[in-house]
Design a protein around this ligand. Structure first.
Ligand SMILES: Nc1nc2c(ncn2[C@@H]2O[C@H](COP(=O)(O)OP(=O)(O)O)[C@@H](O)[C@H]2O)c(=O)[nH]1
Ligand SMILES: [Mg+2]
Length: 335
């Protein structure tokens, strides 16, 4: 999963990036951030593995993003390859109303997609006359629908049907990507911030990026706790950003456990056991036999796979099984 960190120049992207990536990432613009997963600890106690591995989300600051009042075309084309957008709004300096920044970003995403569709529709209408074998009426119809949504100044992420249609996937529409807005407020305003209503594919969090970056630099857990209490901040920006990214992307976590490794994996909600197998290794997917599955709640009752098996709560699931959050899965496969 790749998230692009965008926002106007000076909005606090670098500060937020450092808060997410930690002090080790100094000078970098790309970081793999480990997803906090509290279920790994009890799992590790039961399996005593050599290694504990947490799933990761990639965050990349798209640097030099446009001017002080726009993202600009380079950024708009660069973000096509990402799964999710994290957009920082300057709500600390008072230079530009953050709600205006938000609507400007939304508009730029919309206009960018309109440009892509316009070009493709032109091409399709030429094909219709001169190269009939290339002409695809289904794609044309979908693009016309997408265009009409955009013309009402609505981002494509509002239409789940258009976003998930396989024939539109290749266009990598930027207004179709889930977007998390980080309202970067000054530390004194943390309390009185009211985020706007959530809409489909759009989330909001309130951070003070500079403060969070400072907190990420504190090594001593006790000092950090004191700092947090002092400011009245419950959880770090990292935890909140990741939790929101997860829900925006519709991700769930499944777990694998053995004496070598205990590990968490991020999976799209609604994915099958076969999809989950493919995430681990294509060989496991190809040679899939079954998924021995233990629900998290059942693990907590026995904290032991053998015992769970004796009690009959270890389920044998096939390829089609829809994985649930917290499932502990052992894949059986042929190579
Ligand atoms: N007071 C305050 N200053 C901030 C905050 N976030 C960023 N800044 C400052 O604003 C300037 C631009 O921040 P930076 O992260 O480099 O912005 P970028 O251009 O989006 O990467 C820097 O001097 C930051 O220290 C904040 O939450 N509060
Ligand atoms: Mg920067």
């Amino acid at each position: 999963m790749k998230t692009a960190l965008i926002g106007f120049a000076g909005s606090g992207k670098t500060e937020l990036f450092k808060a997410l990536a930690g002090p080790k990432a100094s000078g970098l613009v790309r970081a793999m951030v480990k997803v906090p997963e509290p279920r790994l600890e009890p799992l590790a106690l039961a399996f005593k593995p050599k290694k504990i591995t947490r799933s990761e989300i990639e965050y990349q600051e798209i640097p030099g993003s446009g001017g002080p009042k726009s993202l600009g075309n380079r950024v708009l084309s660069e973000i096509r390859g990402y799964d999710c957008l994290l957009a920082v709004l300057d709500a600390f300096s008072g230079t530009l109303d953050p709600a205006l920044q938000l609507s400007e970003i939304e508009q730029e995403l919309i206009i960018s997609d309109m440009g892509v569709i316009e070009k493709k529709l032109e091409k399709l209408s030429q094909d219709k006359q001169k190269a009939k074998h290339l002409y695809d009426p289904k794609v044309e119809a979908l693009l016309v629908q997408a265009m009409s949504l955009l013309e009402q100044e609505k981002p494509l992420r509002l239409s789940e049907r258009l976003c998930t249609d396989p024939s539109l996937k290749g266009f990598a529409f930027v207004s179709a990507k889930p977007i998390l807005y980080a309202w970067n407020v000054s530390e004194s305003r943390m309390d009185d911030f009211n985020p706007p209503d959530e809409r489909l594919g759009m989330g909001h969090i309130c951070v003070s990026a500079m403060l969070e970056r400072e907190m990420a630099e504190i090594d001593d857990p006790e000092d950090l706790e004191l700092f947090r209490i002092d400011l009245g901040v419950q959880s770090s920006a990292l935890d909140r950003v990741i939790a929101k990214t997860y829900s925006l992307l519709n991700l769930i976590t499944f777990l694998t456990a053995g004496d070598k490794e205990v590990r968490s994996w991020a999976l799209k909600k609604g994915s099958s056991a076969l999809d989950a197998a493919g995430l681990i290794h294509s060989d496991i997917q190809k040679g899939f036999i079954r998924a021995e599955t233990l629900a998290w709640e059942d693990f907590l009752k026995y904290r032991d796979l053998k015992k769970a098996k004796e009690k009959g709560v270890l389920r044998l699931e096939g390829k089609e099984y829809i994985v649930r959050d917290g499932d502990i899965i052992t894949f059986r496969f042929n190579v």
